[in-house]
Design a protein around this ligand. Sequence first.
Ligand code: GRF
Length: 201
Amino acid sequence: MIRTRMEKKLRLGILGSGKGSNFAAILREVQAGKLNVEIVAVASDIPGAGILDLAEAAGLPHALFAETQFRTKLTPEVETALADYLKNAGADWLILAGYMRVIKSPLLDTFPGKIINIHPSLLPKFRGLAAWKQALDAGETEAGCTVHFVDSGVDTGKIIAQAKVPIFPGDTAESVHARIQVEEHRIYPEVIAQIVRGEIS
Ligand code: GRF
């Protein structure tokens, strides 16, 4: 008798605050059978965020962890509840896909060394908000995106992968960001596939 070894799939929690195009890119790969992971929980801090609608449409568990006190982080109680939600869902790794709050110890301690983020610049250049606009305003001729580990700083963690795009004369912030996002949607699923293969830890 031939026995198939059933390997436990890597289980992902995904956080996002926006339209969720990176989440959509990851989901496409999963649904196409090209990325052998299970998305066990999707969460957002923004009511009505596109990422929650996408999770709903895909029949994936999702939840809102809204914040009223702070703009750039969660109160420790809310972040602890979010960490518990992800842990109880069985998430092994946490994927930040456009999540706009700084991650603090409740999540860092729950997923030590297992949180990654995608940032729309060639880090270490242009940390923080609207990084594509920062690159354009600085007169750069190229921009890009970076997948990196998350630590307690803002976009300071160890770099895993980068992709470059050109900035052309006449570009707008929107056109640069759109060009970057094409690369984001390519490299983020690729990095997750590397994690699945045990090539990144
Ligand atoms: C992306 O540009 C990502 O680099 C940044 O936030 C944006 C999220 O976009 N962290 P989306 O919600 O995945 O479309």
